[in-house]
Design a protein around this ligand. Structure first.
Ligand code: TYD
Ligand code: ZN
Length: 410
C-alpha cells in the first residue's frame, strides 16, 4: 500500500517535505531541573517541515498536540520587550481612533500577557482577549485586561458572538502561525467580524525567513510561516479579502495583513509584495531546497565556532532563551557541554533549563558581572535593545543569522 500523502492545511494540496530535523523537544517547554527523571520524561517529536507549492505555505507536517505547547507553563511573555510593547501600542492608538467607544469592541486572539490590549483597557475601550495559556492570561488579568483562557476556534467564536456580538476589529499578532487548525480560526473570524470590520494579522514573513536563512522561526508552536499568497488562499474561502499589508523589521521581518469582508481596493503596497513573492519564485520547490541548504550551512558554522572556541578553553554563553534557538541548538547538537548558560530577563525562565539542550538560564543582570568570552545572541531579533542594555558588558557578541559575525568587541 502507498504511504498516505501529507496534505496542506491551507489548500489541501500535497505537501513536499523539505526538512527533517529528527527528534525535537517542544520549544517553550523549559525544564525545571536538569536531572535524569526530567530528561527521561522530556517530550520529543520528529519534526518535519514541508512546503505547499500550490499556495506557498510552509508548515510543520506533524504538529504535536496543542495542549503540549500551550498550557500553564507557557514561557513567552511578550511584554519583556519594550520595543515590541511600543510597536503594539502604536497599532492600538491607530485602531482606537477608528472605534466608537459606545458600540464597538476589539477582539484579540492570542492576547498573551496583554501587551497589545493594555492601552485599550487603560482608555476604557471595549475589548476581549483570548489566549490558551493560563499563566499569560493571569498576567493579562492582573493588568486589568478582559482576558479569557481558551483556544480560539469555530465553537469559541459562537460563544463570543453570543456574549459580545460582532467585532469591529479582530487582531491576531504572532499567533496565527501557532494554530494548526487554521480553517477553524478563519471560519470563527467569518462568524465574528462585523460586515465593515477589519481583521489585522501580523507574523513572521516567509520571504524574510528565506532571505536571512532563519529556519529557526519554525518549531513546535511556529507551525506555519505565512505569505500574502497563502493567507489570501485561506481567507478567500471564507469571503474575507486581503487588501493591504505593512512590512516591519520585527522578529527578523514580519508582515502585517489587513483583511475585510468588503471588496476594498487592493493597495499598491500589497500589489508590490504579491509581485515580489512571484519574482522570488515561492511556487518553485527549488527555492525551498536552496533555503534548506543555506540553513544547514548556518547551523554548521555556529557549531564549528562553538566547538573550536570550547577547545581553546573559552567560556561561551548565550543571550535570550528564545523558543527559536531550540531549533538551532537541538539540530546542531549544541548543549550544556558547550554553552555555559543563557542569559534572559524573563523571571519565569530564570534558573530553568532549555529544552533538549539543557542549558541553564541565568538572570540577564549577571551578564555584565560574568563577562563570558563569547555570548551568542539567540534573541537576534531584539539586537539593538539588548546591545544597548548590555553595553557595560565586556563579552564578544556572536551573531549567526544571516551568517556568523563577531561584533562589539570591547
Ligand atoms: P523572542 O525572540 O521574542 O521570541 P521566541 O521565544 O518566540 O523566539 O524571545 C526573546 C527572548 O529574549 C525572551 O526570552 C526575552 C529575552 N529578552 C531579554 O532577556 N532581554 C531583552 O532585552 C529582550 C528584548 C529580550
Ligand atoms: Zn497549500
Amino acid at each position: 500500500m502507498n504511504k498516505p500523502k501529507n496534505l496542506c492545511r491551507v489548500c489541501n494540496s500535497i505537501i513536499q517535505n523539505i526538512f527533517d530535523f529528527g527528534e525535537m523537544p517542544i520549544a517553550n517547554n523549559l525544564m525545571l531541573m536538569d536531572n535524569e527523571t526530567y530528561i527521561k520524561n522530556e517530550y520529543k517529536y520528529n519534526m518535519k517541515i514541508g512546503v505547499c507549492i500550490n499556495c506557498s505555505s510552509l508548515q510543520i507536517i506533524n504538529v504535536p498536540k496543542k495542549e503540549l505547547m500551550f498550557n500553564d507553563r507557557y514561557a513567552y511573555f511578550a511584554s519583556e520587550s519594550k520595543f515590541m510593547k511600543n510597536h503594539f501600542t502604536k497599532l492600538g492608538s491607530k485602531l482606537m481612533k477608528l472605534m466608537n467607544k459606545e458600540k464597538d469592541y476589539i477582539l484579540e486572539i492570542g492576547c498573551n500577557d496583554g501587551i497589545f490590549l493594555k492601552s485599550f483597557a487603560d482608555n476604557n475601550y471595549k475589548h476581549v482577549g483570548i489566549d490558551a495559556s493560563e499563566n499569560v492570561v493571569e498576567a493579562a488579568k492582573n493588568d486589568k485586561i478582559n482576558a479569557i483562557c481558551k483556544f480560539f476556534d469555530e465553537k469559541t467564536s459562537l460563544e463570543i458572538l453570543h456574549s459580545y456580538g460582532k467585532a469591529k476589529f479582530v487582531v491576531i499578532t504572532n499567533t496565527m502561525h501557532h494554530i494548526e487548525n487554521c480553517q477553524s480560526v478563519a471560519k470563527g473570524i467569518e462568524t465574528l467580524l462585523d460586515e465593515d470590520g477589519i481583521l489585522v494579522i501580523e507574523d513572521p514573513y516567509l520571504l524574510d525567513m528565506y532571505k536571512i536563512g532563519s529556519i529557526e522561526q519554525v518549531y513546535a508552536e511556529h507551525n506555519f510561516i505565512w505569505s500574502l499568497h497563502s493567507y489570501k488562499t485561506l481567507f478567500e474561502k471564507y469571503s474575507i479579502k486581503l487588501f493591504d499589508v505593512e512590512h516591519f523589521d520585527t522578529h527578523g521581518g514580519s508582515m502585517r495583513y489587513f483583511f475585510s469582508k468588503k471588496n476594498l481596493k487592493e493597495t499598491n503596497i500589497m500589489q508590490k509584495y504579491i509581485n515580489l513573492e512571484l519574482n522570488n519564485k515561492i511556487f518553485d520547490i527549488n527555492t525551498f531546497i536552496k533555503f534548506q541548504k543555506n540553513c544547514k550551512k548556518i547551523c554548521k558554522e555556529l557549531y564549528n565556532f562553538v566547538v573550536s572556541k570550547s577547545k581553546e578553553g573559552k567560556i561561551i554563553a548565550g543571550y535570550g532563551a528564545t523558543a527559536k534557538s531550540a531549533t538551532t541548538l537541538n539540530y546542531s547538537n549544541i548543549d550544556q557541554n558547550l554553552i555555559s548558560c543563557i542569559y534572559d530577563s524573563t523571571p519565569f525562565k530564570i534558573d530553568k533549563f532549555t529544552p533538549g539542550s539543557h542549558i541553564q538560564i541565568r538572570d540577564a543582570k549577571l551578564l555584565s558581572k560574568d563577562n563570558p568570552d563569547y555570548t551568542i545572541l539567540f534573541a537576534w531579533n531584539h539586537k539593538n535593545e539588548i546591545i544597548e542594555k548590555e553595553k557595560k558588558s565586556k563579552t564578544i557578541w556572536v551573531e549567526y543569522i544571516p551568517e556568523l559575525k563577531l561584533t562589539y568587541e570591547n
